[in-house]
Ligand binder design. Structure first.
Ligand code: SAM
Length: 335
């Protein structure tokens, strides 16, 4: 194990240590979820701006071998759209110490890729699914791909990419009546369901606090059908988890807005164009791509990454009246 190279990890001014890296592989997506992106899409990053597969693999290697990162999640945009994904996962799986590797995906194309991803070393997947109704799915995502997502989920289980987690965002008057049905459906199939409070990270800046379905409302809706008992200490896990009807199935609720977990945050984020963000809601980024392309060696890049994390704020402050939404939307940061 190359731990002798880890000179210092990613420590911020409040003593939090980032060991969980979220890597956005692309800002593009094949869905247009109404709470995320406008129908016409966005001004995508131009190819020269994107990190190459090799550049991403180098930065993941630096994070794991020099900075103490032990968990890497590939996201986007839609990470399955990135052709180099399989090679990037393979390279990350060969690292010592071996990080835990997962992908957050909308599931489209997963039916085809799940087996290969497992073979090259992927451990788990999170699949986003907001509704069980194909007609609603089409309205919410502006694409008729519900069946592809369900096929992707099933393929992930078959490939051994478990525990498979399902991420759901509820929107008032759209799918907020579906929480119990989604939970029953996931429990039956062995998927771990996690509800995510809608955050002010949409490209359209249309988020309204009053329209968001809160963690409290989600729990109330679930409790109308299920008995929920708190599972364990939350730790750095953003999801508070409950045992469903005595377990073993669980359900998670990520209350990023009403029940923030910033004090225990252990995340560092790399965007598809090589910027480090020390928080999903940060308003500043640190450019590693310029360093990479300017010939910086691994030690220099690691030091820039540490410096970027040192200035992490105590909290994201989403529920604060002075909160300002970051310039980049979720799809460009990596959710
Ligand atoms: N395309 C992949 C997917 O669908 O999982 C990865 C990227 S997507 C941005 C990651 C997650 O963020 C999805 O579960 C999506 O529903 C969620 N998401 C997007 N915009 C959000 C918002 N404004 N608030 C909360 N979650 C959001």
């Amino acid at each position: 194990m190359n731990t002798q190279y880890v000179t210092a990890g990613l420590v911020d001014g409040f003593g939090r240590v980032a060991t969980d890296l979220r890597v956005s592989l692309t800002d593009r997506c094949n869905l247009r979820c109404t709470y995320c992106m406008p129908e016409e899409g966005l001004d995508w990053l131009a190819k020269p701006e994107l990190l190459t597969g090799d550049e991403i693999s180098r930065l993941v290697r630096i994070a794991v071998t020099l900075l103490g990162v032990n968990e890497v999640r590939f996201t986007g945009g839609e990470p399955l759209l990135r052709r180099e994904l399989v090679d990037i996962v393979r390279a990350a799986a060969a690292l010592e110490p071996r990080p835990t590797l997962s992908v957050t995906t909308n599931g489209i194309g997963l039916a085809r890729l799940a087996g290969t991803l497992k073979e090259v070393g992927l451990d788990r997947v999170n699949v986003s699914l907001d509704t069980l109704d194909p007609v609603r799915f089409k309205a919410m995502t502006r694409r008729d791909r519900h069946a592809d997502v369900l096929a992707g989920l099933a393929a992930a289980v078959d490939a051994g990419l478990g525990p498979v987690k399902v991420n759901t965002v509820l929107m008032r008057g759209v799918n907020d009546d579906e929480a119990p049905a989604l939970l029953a459906w996931c429990v039956e199939r062995g998927y771990e369901l996690r509800f995510i409070e809608q955050m002010p990270l949409d490209a359209q800046h249309g988020w309204k606090r009053s329209e968001m379905i809160t963690a409290g409302e989600i729990l109330e809706s679930l409790r109308s059908v299920f008995r929920l008992d708190p599972e364990d200490a939350r730790g750095s896990n953003p999801a508070e988890r409950w045992l469903v009807d005595g377990g073993p199935a669980t359900v998670g609720v990520i209350g990023s807005v009403t029940r923030p977990f910033c004090g225990a945050c252990d995340r560092t984020r790399l965007t598809a164009d090589g910027q480090i963000r020390n928080c999903l809601f940060a308003r500043e980024e640190s450019d590693l791509r310029a360093a990479l392309r300017g010939g910086a060696d691994d030690a220099e890049i690691a030091e820039r990454w540490r410096a970027a994390m040192r200035t992490k704020k105590a909290g994201a402050g989403i529920d604060d009246p002075t909160f300002l939404q970051p310039d980049r939307p979720m799809s460009a940061i990596g959710g």
